[in-house]
Ligand binder design. Sequence first.
Ligand SMILES: Nc1ncnc2c1ncn2[C@@H]1O[C@H](COP(=O)(O)OP(=O)(O)O)[C@@H](O)[C@H]1O
Ligand SMILES: [Mg+2]
Length: 502
Amino acid sequence: MGRSTEHGLFQVIEDGRENRREAQKAQRQLNRERAKRRRERAREAKQDRFPEPEGRKVGPSGKYQLRGMHTLAPRAVRTTSHTASTAYPFVAGPGLGAQGLYIGRDMNGGGAFCFDPWSLYKSGVISGMSMMLFGQVGTGKSSLAKSLAVRQVLAGRKLSVASDKKGEWTRVVRGLGGTVIQVGPGLETRLNPLDPGTRPSTDVEGKPMTDHAWAMMVRTRRMSILVTLARILTDRDLTSPEHHVLAGALDSAVATAARESRVPVIPDVIAALQVQRDDEDKLIVEAASVMMMTLTRVSSGDLAGMFDGETTAVLDSSARATSIDTSALRGASPEAVRVVNACAGAWTEAMVTTRDGGQRLVIYEEGWDNISSEADLRRMVEQWKLARAYGIFNVLVLHKIADLEMAGDKDSRMAAMAKSLLSDADVKVIYRQDRSALKVTGSEMELSDRERALVRSLPKGTGLWRLGDSSFEVQNRLTKAELPLFDTDERMDKQQNEEVSA
Ligand SMILES: Nc1ncnc2c1ncn2[C@@H]1O[C@H](COP(=O)(O)OP(=O)(O)O)[C@@H](O)[C@H]1O
Ligand SMILES: [Mg+2]
């Protein structure tokens, strides 16, 4: 082995050492950089939590910087919720107390949220006996209305669902042992809009009901539903001659039916109008013809068989729970739907506006149909005003406040009536709403910024309750028995499955 080889070997060893030193140096540099980054991150995090004050720094440096020399140990303060609500508005309110039936959890107070409109009215917290419930589809509005209703019925109150478009209350009402009436084309059930309703023992003021007063009440009710039907079917207000011929036809229909000891039906009115067409006055003849043709639609076409005969199913005001299921009307003409709503509404109201009925919850589910015709809306406003006298609590379920504007042009009479419903409702519950719906809701209800942000992000089943001046964030708790009864998703799943397999 020559010297050159030896030299070569040393060179290799030397190169190896050099390489190792290089690698170690690079590693140390990397570690230094990593440590520096860690320190920077820690400093940033610390700055977020405890922003550095301007000017002179106080307190010892390091971990306890800015915290003073001593650890503070404030004593727990016990105070009344009344005082706390002044210091922390909205976060800590006095609550409603334990009066009433359990709804769920008060998300801010932490305790149970109980609600009973009748006792709140008695104690002066609310002055109007109606509630409006707003929220996007699937946020839990119907579930809240159902749990409120079921718990009230179990506590001895009564329930009427004015018009159930999806048929989702049928299970609930049957489950409570109540009566469900299903109306729709091709179904056996017939409702007679001219039914007198149940005769109450007293009038609104509590005086005994005389025969004369009762006869007047029935006549007004019948005339009002006839006019409503004619208005819906003609899509306009009636003229004076038309009013005149309808009133005349109603009287003779009532007389005819009385001779045969039965209640009058729409075909009796049509027959009486036919007679009026022989009148000498041209105006009367013309009006009678128009009204006859209009009402004939109730006994022919898409409405045939629903309202043109004597009532086949009886909605008894003594029943614990009743509902009118109009789900069979899916796909029917808008006029048909409105006629059914008008009849169902008039029917329900005839049944509930009696002082003998006891305390009752009346639900208008998906209620925008109820407020889209002026006649319906007017009847509703009047009935809501009388709610206190009759011991009724009304619940109107809508998607958004803007639905109320559907009731007519912005400044129209109808919009004003719809707004009066809103202002009369002393209980308003808002479930989750999107930004556009919230714009109107926020300004109409004077929601604070915090409440607006809250409403946008409410989870399913939780709502913002407004009772008079107080606000609550309430999570509606459903029991094991209620959950399957109220489930609307399940039915959708089933429907979708059926559609898929069809
Ligand atoms: N508080 C709740 N707890 C648990 N599930 C709920 C609650 N509220 C609603 N749900 C469920 O959400 C689904 C939709 O609720 P639903 O009340 O029909 O909504 P909306 O009437 O607002 O369209 C229902 O199937 C119901 O079971
Ligand atoms: Mg619903």
